[in-house]
Design a protein. Sequence first.
Length: 347
Amino acid sequence: MSTTTNPVNLLIATPLEEKYIAQLRAVDPRLNVISRPDLLGTPTYIADHHPPANRTPAQEAEFRALLGQAEIIFDFDSDTAPHYATLAPRLRWVQTTSAGVGQAVKRFGLDQTDLIVTTSSGVHAGPLAEFVMMATLMFTKQAFHLLEEKERRSFERFCAGELAGKTMAIVGPGRVGSNVARLARAFGMRVTALPRRDRSPEELGVDRVYRRDGLHAMLGEADVVVLIMPHTPETENMIDAAAIGCLKPTAILVNIARGQVIDEDALIAALQERRIAGAALDVFRTEPLPPDSPLWSLPNVFINPHSASTADSEDAKITALFCENLRHYLDGEFGRMRSVLDKAQLY
């Protein structure tokens, strides 16, 4: 680790705007920030960190040579990450652009190494909470019906619902869940939560906390269910057919966690048979969502292409977090680094 005066090589391995790279360079004179955007692919939207690189063999060789010099990497390059042991022998730390990287770290074979992995946990809390409330309001205020009526140029009065007095259940509350709870309570909603560990309602900013064995009871009383838990062996298929069967016919399910936490076939069946009112899904078992998925044609499903967390403020927030962690790392204050991934728990 680096408390010396020797240069510390930081490789930008996924696209990042030049103004943010300049901020990284300004952190400490010991940093040697290596940025080669010509080797990283062309982003198609703001905060697109993983566009296809399409490197030529010569460019690939050049990129791998840079990996060999790196002590710190900004974000995983998924093509080379499984081979960091040989390609990046000096590597000590990766700062990622996502919060839910545990399964990727395991898939890359890095969960049993000494590599420090810091996530972007907390960066996306605001945009994700806003997405949850948007989806909740769309179903409650019958936005789909209004769009259809506009297409027909039909001006017929109707009755929608309201959020005040309804119950929102959050599975896996953390920084995102706290933001969701705050917004939901501002609308007059009652909020319940099922955390990963014992926490009080006051800590989470909710009205009631359930334990794991109370999942079905919590789901049964909810008008809106929000899934935010990480994908771990414990949460795989946590929302199975039995759990879905506990939901009210008027319930809305919002998934901003991972597709693997839901039995997707059971969810599709419940939506097709109108055993629940609808679902807003940002994540799926297979991504991109296959064109033949029944979810595309269901009128009571809102589909977001795993972009609920992405906002035009993302890179600024990630850079600020990275700069803070860089200062701690360079000063040997590893215990003060924020959002360090627990590679055993995968979050």
